[in-house]
Every structure is written in structure tokens, then in C-alpha cells.
Design a protein around this ligand. Structure first.
Ligand code: PBG
Length: 328
């Protein structure tokens, strides 16, 4: 070795084949979950574009099934369902109604596609008249313990309809334990819970609230969702949910919180999901539509980064597009 020797990293970047041989992280169809928004008060063929999320739609039951069928033909294996009920009330009755919008969508999809993995978002905000994720006190505070029973009933009704995985996103304390108990007591001990354990009070949910018509009528969600400034707190939330029986944990949003995802990957053994949320989707779409970035490359770079940081699975509105990219 003489004085001018140095590390020649470029040797392993010289050709496409060599780069492929040494690649550390690869996104596959098995990593993806595609979210869909189902509308109750609409024709089955209803398909309404969501303004803030170009390429995403509010869907009637037939339209949903048709879209999912097309995506499955490209390799999609798992979906996450959100419901827009016909009516909202203080107790979020639509969330746990036997014939509610998500319950009907689950049984329809499981009938049409028995092999599809159907995940349901368990939350009350799309079903409450005030748009918060739990019951309210007379002074407008979101009550924790009175909400748990309703969340448990919601998760149970999803499982009864045929859901393969339930995913509570409300951020009430103790909800994973309450849901686990309700599932176990009713013959659903085989149904896993994917907990939105580490969910930040994020501005990046903005477009979703148009999509799901779930914006809070007053205030914000900072009294239950996490402060974006906190990392150690994420470890406590994760430990609490695992202790209550969560089978998988989620970090949400994804790209602004890769440090959290990475730290969790180091400290726990449970499968980790990352939710690339509506605002992350819309930013990429807007830049691409303006010709400012290459959409396909930016999407795949984002997904690779999320996996590299430690995600086992990724919930993303780009899932259908990524299936095309992977096959191409
Ligand atoms: C319901 C819920 C939200 C999202 C997922 N589940 C909205 C919120 O917490 O305000 C956001 C998803 C996204 O932005 O894509 N609580």
C-alpha cells in the first residue's frame, strides 16, 4: 500500500448488474398495503376523485371491488379500509354497526377475493359528529376510558365481518388491551392487532381529512396524538402497546420520522409498519405534476428509504403505482 491508496467505492457502482448484486434494500409486492376510502351513502359504482390526493378516490362498493381486483391482478395482496358513513353522531354508532360501511366493504372484498388480506382502520373520527377520535366530555375534552369500549366493539365488528387484521389509530391509552380482550372473548384470538403505536399529531394528515371527511369540528388532536418533538416517548408507546398484546407496530407519518422507525427497529423485535401518509403522497404528486421531480424515481427512493430505516411493511397510496414500477 502506498501513500495514494484510497477506498474505491465506485468499483461496485460501475455497472447496473453489479449495483443490483450489492443492493441492500429491495421493495417488493409483499411489503405493500394500499388504503381505500369506501362511501356508504352512494351508488355502488360511485367513484369521486379526492381533490387533494390526485389519483385517489372515494368509492362505492362495486367501484372498490373493481379497483381492488385490478390491483390484485398486478400483485396487490393487502388493503387498508377507511369508511365514510351515511350519518355521524356523538357516539360514532356507524363505526361499530353490524351493517356499517366498513363492515360491508370487508365482507364484500372477502367474498370477491378470499385470498386478499383485509386490514381495517379502527377509529371513531370518521363516525363522530364532532370529528374527534373519542367520546367528548361536556367541556369538549376527548375522554379516554369511555372510548375504549366503543373501539373494542368497532374492532370486533370488523373481525366478525371477516377482517384479517385490525389496526387501531385513535391513540387512546389502553385500547390495544381492550381490543385484544374483546377479540379473544368472542372467538377471534387468531386475529392480529397492528397498532398505530407511534402516531404523531402531524400536519401531513391534511389531505386525508378531505378524503375521509374527518376533520375535527374544533381544536386539534394534540391531546391524544404524539408531539413531533418527542423520540423517547415513542419507545414508551411501543412498549405499552406490545405489553397490551399488539402483534405489529406502526410509525406514522413515515419519511419525517425515519429516525423513530430506525430506533424502534433496534429496540424491538415486532414487525414494524410505516404509514406514508396523505400529505407525503400529495407533496410528491404535486411536485411531479409540475414537472419538478420524476414521480417514479422519487416514489421508489422514498419507499426504499422507509424500508432501509427498518419498516417491514409500508402503507402507501402509491401501492398500485409501485406494483407497475416493480413489474416494469
Ligand atoms: C384516523 C386516521 C387518520 C389517518 C389514518 N387514520 C387521520 C388522523 O389521525 O387525523 C391519516 C392517514 C393519512 O394522512 O394518510 N384517526
Amino acid at each position: 500500500m502506498h501513500a495514494f491508496d484510497f477506498y474505491r467505492g465506485r468499483r461496485l457502482r460501475r455497472t447496473a448488474v453489479i449495483r443490483d448484486l450489492v443492493r441492500e434494500t429491495v421493495v417488493t409486492t409483499n411489503d405493500l398495503i394500499m388504503p381505500y376510502f369506501v362511501v356508504e351513502n352512494a351508488d355502488a359504482a360511485f367513484e369521486k376523485p379526492i381533490g387533494a390526493m390526485p389519483g385517489q378516490y372515494q368509492l362505492g362498493l362495486d367501484a372498490l371491488s373493481a379497483r381492488v381486483g385490478r390491483a390484485m391482478a398486478k400483485g396487490l395482496r393487502a388493503v387498508l379500509l377507511f369508511g365514510l358513513p351515511a350519518a355521524k353522531d356523538e357516539r360514532a354508532s356507524g363505526a361499530y354497526a353490524e351493517e356499517g360501511v366498513v363492515q360491508r366493504a370487508v365482507s364484500r372484498l372477502k367474498r370477491d377475493y378470499p385470498d386478499l388480506c383485509v386490514v381495517t382502520d379502527v377509529c371513531l373520527c370518521e363516525y363522530t359528529s364532532h370529528g374527534h377520535c373519542g367520546m367528548l366530555s361536556p367541556t369538549g375534552e376527548v375522554l379516554n376510558d369511555p372510548t375504549l369500549d366503543l373501539l373494542a366493539r368497532t374492532a370486533l365488528s370488523h373481525a366478525k365481518a371477516g377482517a384479517d387484521i385490525v389496526a387501531p389509530s385513535d391513540m387512546m391509552d389502553g385500547r390495544v388491551g381492550a381490543i385484544r380482550a374483546a377479540l379473544d372473548e368472542n372467538g377471534f384470538s387468531h386475529i392480529p392487532i397492528m397498532s398505530y403505536a407511534v402516531k404523531y399529531a402531524s400536519s401531513f394528515y391534511g389531505p386525508f381529512r378531505e378524503a375521509a371527511e374527518s376533520a375535527p369540528a374544533f381544536g386539534d388532536r394534540k391531546a391524544y396524538q404524539m408531539d413531533p418533538a418527542n423520540a423517547r416517548e415513542a419507545m414508551r408507546e411501543a412498549a405499552a402497546d406490545l405489553g397490551e398484546g399488539a402483534d405489529m407496530l406502526m410509525v406514522k407519518p413515515a419519511l419525517p420520522y425515519l429516525d423513530i422507525l430506525h430506533a424502534l427497529r433496534q429496540s424491538c423485535d415486532a414487525p414494524l409498519a410505516a404509514y406514508h401518509v396523505s400529505g407525503e403522497y400529495s407533496m410528491l404528486k404535486a411536485a411531479a405534476q409540475n414537472g419538478w421531480i420524476d414521480e417514479k424515481r422519487a416514489v421508489m427512493e422514498s419507499m426504499t428509504a422507509i424500508k432501509r430505516a427498518g419498516a417491514d411493511l409500508i402503507i402507501t397510496y402509491f401501492a398500485e403505482d409501485i406494483l407497475d414500477y416493480i413489474r416494469a
